[in-house]
Design a binder for this molecule. Structure first.
Ligand code: AVJ
Length: 322
């Protein structure tokens, strides 16, 4: 008897997020220079790798920002009106907002994040730790317009955007985002934003070229994700992590460099790479307070106060002789 074994997989339609990822990946990898949006770093593995980055000795931003929220929390809280609704753009692990919640009288907390499941878990944990706090999670891509929950309509609004994530936006995108946040939050709102300041180039370089190679794995993970979610066939050993500081444009650039010339298939599209060709995967803009204030003014906001950590971070590396 002849057995005919057929593996029929269920007709499986990709969800909305996967469709957007596919569209962006194909479009961006067909450009010259090739690029990918840094928002696709953060699948489960990428989020864990980012958590590991925040604990690296070279990666100063997270611990510096936490120290500012801890040391200057009273001053920061003083600008938040009593009973305000705090709306966090891209809430993630809610570590930072907890420092504010401990210090001020918040009427409601609205974490906005694209990862709906993670968001629900974080909201439950917050409700446990801050009984009586109204938490209204919104599962949305915060870079696009979204509606605030009706329950906070009558509360004063304060936007919260820590983590230097603004640095991932091109200057015109940062302006568009700040304008859109103003629309979403409404008249009379305020916003608390974390940005990384330009500093010693060695310090910047090391923060994105850590000795343990975690940032390299974080960068390469976007190709792992493309292979898994979009059925690509990227050979991971054929790409290498590169991060440089672009002084003229005040930004760290992360790239994935093809070691050899090669072809990659992705959703029926053939992508060709020259040896040494780059995929630009992230820009992380570094601001001066002046440049940030100019951006805020140009986006319809009035700068009110800024808090900086006291000591400039210096490299502990020996300076090489010329
Ligand atoms: C989460 C955007 C602030 O730009 O420093 C860390 C992401 N990339 N290491 C940053 C990141 C490489 C991070 N932000």
């Amino acid at each position: 008897m002849n057995m005919h074994a057929t593996a029929l997989s269920e007709a499986h339609l990709p969800d909305e997020q996967t469709t957007a990822f596919a569209r962006d990946a194909i479009g961006d990898l067909s450009q010259r220079p090739k690029r990918l949006s840094p928002k696709y770093f953060y699948d489960a593995a990428g989020s864990e790798l980012f958590e590991a980055i925040t604990k690296l000795p070279e990666y100063y931003p997270t611990r510096t920002e936490l120290s500012i929220l801890r040391d200057r929390g009273d001053d920061i809280s003083a600008i938040i009106p009593k009973g305000a609704a705090l709306v966090e753009f891209g809430a993630g692990a809610t570590t930072k907002v907890r420092l504010l919640l401990e210090k001020c009288d918040i009427g409601a907390y609205v974490p906005v994040d694209i990862s709906g499941d993670f968001l629900k878990e974080q909201a439950d944990a917050l409700r446990r730790d801050f009984p009586g706090l109204a938490v209204y999670p919104v599962a949305a891509d915060f870079t696009a317009p979204f509606a605030l929950p009706a329950s906070i309509a009558n509360l004063p609004k304060v936007g919260f955007f820590p983590g230097s994530t603004l640095g991932n936006f091109e200057p015109h995108e940062a302006c568009a985002f700040l304008r859109s946040a103003r629309e979403i939050l409404g008249k009379g709102a305020q916003m608390i934003i974390g940005v990384d300041l330009e500093k010693d180039e060695r310090v910047l370089y090391d923060a994105y070229n850590d000795a343990a190679g975690v940032t390299a794995r974080f960068n390469l993970n976007v190709l792992v994700r493309i292979n898994r979610e979009l059925g690509g066939n990227f050979d991971l050993s054929a790409f290498t992590h590169r991060a440089i500081y672009n002084r003229e444009r005040h930004r760290i650039e992360m790239h994935l460099i093809a070691k050899t010339s090669q072809n990659v298939r992705l959703l029926g599209t053939n992508l060709t790479f020259r040896a040494g060709e780059s995929i630009h995967t992230e820009s992380s803009y570094k601001y001066s307070i002046e440049r940030f204030n100019a951006l805020a003014r140009g986006s319809g906001w009035t700068p009110r106060a800024s808090w900086t950590d006291p000591a400039p971070i210096r490299s502990n590396r020996a300076v090489r002789p010329k």
